[in-house]
Design a protein around this ligand. Structure first.
Ligand code: PLP
Length: 415
């Protein structure tokens, strides 16, 4: 699957590399280093070894007996990316890029982060490899994500609060690129998802493909067959590409990407680029894909209960797979996500992240209409501990909300 883009990173009409002249040599260097690493069988072996000793790989594939009985249709299995170090599939990507940075002989990494999860994962990787690390974050996000900022700093990273523009993720991206233009000799930019200029979509998908290759072996060992359907949530698209990639050539396996329906597609307050007709093709942030934008090309505000899905663009690889009809796209609303989370907690003792729960919503809608002989897999991209305030809020439990907030503030003040 990794070679489906042409040499310049096009997937159909999507992808490519729209970067300032000054960064061209750096991208060429990265593309060459990645191609060499991919061709070197020892590189993947080292990656797999690192992930098994540092991040709980292979992650289990869990049969959900009670949910299966509850819906009375397909057998429901869950791929447990929540058990990775730092709590999500993001570890697969950052550790892989860490090995590549080491191979290129660079000594410093930078990244941007919105909700802070990618920042924590990158800071963790930098500590493990002994790299200097700077994380760019909009000033507003720094305020909203105090606990993540706390951990990034304890892990040795410098967190820069970006005060330009609207002081959120897109301003942090601009600032990170500004840094890279002056530091590229010793610095690598760790992009967090399967988006951005070539080779990032391919490279991030490559490292995440460990999810699907494990899941394929596991489902065959546990059930003797391939699954009928696979569900994954889609923010930038990296966990979805990760689990889908091993099954792209199995035409009998249906692949379903689930986007953030937010307050409902009809309200316009969502982050659904491929499941509804609101997005249009454009070039931004260095690549071509479907963006949620106005007629004159301004990026629209997006909304989701899950910060990790709240993004205007989407992987060019998924955009192409959608247009080719290989991946079907659906959306789940904030309300549906909270209901599915409540059910999953009580019936299985699983704590999926709000992002991941979007995939559970769609699986729960479809499972009752399938036969008990059918097997489906849901990719649980991460764990929900980080969502404690949002969930307490949604369950309308002011007592706990206040308690948790106070404790967090005390903790922060003492730090
Ligand atoms: C960041 C994140 C996502 C969204 O990113 P993708 O690149 O679309 O996978 C999904 N789930 C979790 C738990 C995340 O932390």
């Amino acid at each position: 699957m990794d070679d489906r883009g042409n040499a310049r990173g096009y997937y159909g009409e999507f992808g490519g590399s729209f970067i300032p002249e000054i960064l061209v040599a750096t991208f060429d260097e990265l593309t060459a280093a990645f191609s060499e690493a991919k061709a070197d069988p020892e590189f993947w072996a080292r990656y797999a070894e690192l992930m098994s000793t540092y991040s709980c790989r292979p992650t289990p594939l869990t049969f959900c007996e009670r949910l299966t009985k509850h819906f009375g249709g397909a057998q429901i299995y869950v791929k447990r990316e929540d058990l990775n170090h730092t709590g999500a599939h993001k570890a697969n990507n950052v550790m892989g890029q860490g090995l590549l940075v080491q191979r290129m002989g660079k000594t410093r990494v930078i990244a941007e982060t919105g909700a802070g999860q990618h920042g924590v994962a990158t800071a963790t990787m930098a500590a493990k490899f002994g790299f200097d690390c700077t994380i760019y974050m909009g000033e507003i996000d720094v305020e909203r994500q105090r606990p993540n900022v706390f951990w990034m700093e304890r892990l040795g990273a410098t967190v820069v609060a970006v005060t330009d523009g609207t002081r959120i993720l897109k301003d942090a991206i601009n600032e990170a690129f500004r840094d890279w233009v002056t530091s590229m000799d010793d610095t690598h930019y760790v992009l967090g998802t399967a988006c951005g200029p070539h080779p990032f979509p391919e490279m991030v998908s490559y490292f995440q493909s460990i999810i699907g290759s494990e899941a394929r072996d596991q489902i065959r060992a546990q059930t003797g067959a391939l699954p009928k359907r696979i569900y994954a949530c889609v923010g930038g698209g990296s966990n979805a590409m990760g689990i889908f990639s091993a099954f792209l050539d199995d035409s009998e396996v249906e692949l379903i990407g689930v986007e953030a329906g937010g307050r409902g597609l009809e309200t316009g307050e969502h982050a659904s680029r491929l499941a509804c007709g609101d997005a249009s093709v454009g070039v931004a942030q260095g690549y071509k894909t479907y963006f949620l934008q106005t007629d004159d090309g301004q990026m629209r505000e997006t909304h989701s209960v899950a910060a990790g899905l709240d993004y205007v663009g989407v992987s060019p690889i998924l955009a192409n797979l959608r247009d080719e009809g290989r991946v079907r796209f659906e959306s789940a609303t904030d309300r549906e996500v909270i209901d599915a989370l409540a059910l999953t907690l009580k019936m299985e003792g699983l704590v999926p992240a709000l992002e991941s729960t979007h995939a559970f919503v769609q699986a729960f809608k479809e499972a009752p209409n399938l036969s008990p002989d059918d097997v489906i897999i849901i990719n649980q991209s991460g764990r929900g501990d980080k969502d404690i305030f949002t969930v307490a809020d949604a369950f309308e439990d002011p007592k706990w909300r206040e308690f948790i907030k106070r404790k967090a503030e005390e903790y922060d003040a003492g730090a």
